[in-house]
Structure formats: structure tokens, C-alpha cells
Design a protein. Structure first.
Length: 154
């Protein structure tokens, strides 16, 4: 029997809380309405976008309107020249700063910019150890760039 009375007590408590919450919400709404009547909001009634893409409260000046020819708009990936492709080498060089073989991960410091990159055993070609000189490529991972295709430099 005690279980049933406890359940009833909990139900009545929940009901009281729900009614109090509803009453508080109604009071807040009435207070907001009263405040809005006393001091009307001063804001941008209409929002316009100027020629630089900024929001403003004044309409744009039609004399500053710029006509854009639809053929001049290109939607594509910029073409890379042969010379540009040679300048970017995806293979980087660095040294292993830390590697835990039992857990299968570690970090490589890039020799060029001293950035530290995470590497996982799944991205290794050769077995590596701390202070080894390696070459690697970067790949976007969940938490940033990861070193993959890691090979030892002999």
C-alpha cells in the first residue's frame, strides 16, 4: 500500500510543478507585453543589403547599381598550370617524435614547418620508432590533418 501512496504523492508533486511552471510562463509573457507597450522596440523595421553585402536600414542607391553579364560568372574549379603542379609536392619529410607500438599511434614533426601530425598504424607503410626520419603525406582526419603513407628514409 505504501507504494501506491508514494506514487500518488509523486503525481501530485509533478502536477503542482507543472501548474507553477505554466503560471510563471504566463506571468513572464504578461510582463513582456507590458514592457513592449511602455517602450516600443527601436530596431530595423526593414533590412536592406548594400553593395558590399552588409545589412543596412537605408534602401540601396539605384545609381550605384552594377550590371553583371551572366557569361562573366564562372562556376568551376580554377585550372592549375603545369608549373603550379610541380611546385606543390604532397610528400613531406619529418621525424617521429613519439610512437606507441602497443597502442598503434604516434606523432610526426614536419621538418619544414615544425607542425606535429598524428599518425596511426593503419597509415604506416614501414615500421617506425621514435627519432626515425620519415616521409609522409597529409590527409584530413576527424580532428585535423593526419600523416599517412609513412615510410622510412634510409
Amino acid at each position: 500500500m505504501a507504494n501506491k501512496s508514494q506514487q500518488t504523492f509523486n503525481k501530485s508533486e509533478k502536477e503542482k510543478k507543472r501548474l507553477k511552471k505554466r503560471e510563471d510562463k504566463r506571468k513572464k509573457m504578461e510582463a513582456r507585453k507590458a514592457e513592449a507597450k511602455e517602450s516600443p522596440k527601436k530596431g530595423i523595421e526593414f533590412a536592406y543589403v548594400d553593395y558590399n553585402g552588409n545589412l543596412t536600414d537605408t534602401p540601396p542607391d539605384p545609381t550605384q547599381k552594377v550590371e553583371v553579364d551572366i557569361e562573366n560568372i564562372s562556376i568551376s574549379i580554377p585550372k592549375t598550370l603545369e608549373g603550379d603542379r610541380e611546385a606543390f609536392d604532397p610528400v613531406r619529410k619529418g621525424s617521429v617524435s613519439f610512437f606507441d607500438t602497443s597502442k598503434g599511434f604516434g606523432f610526426i614533426i614536419d621538418a619544414e614547418n615544425q607542425e606535429k601530425y598524428f599518425t596511426h598504424v593503419s597509415g604506416l607503410i614501414d615500421e617506425i620508432a621514435e627519432n626515425d626520419k620519415v616521409s609522409f603525406e597529409l590527409e584530413k582526419g576527424l580532428k585535423g590533418l593526419n600523416a599517412v603513407k609513412v615510410t622510412l628514409i634510409k
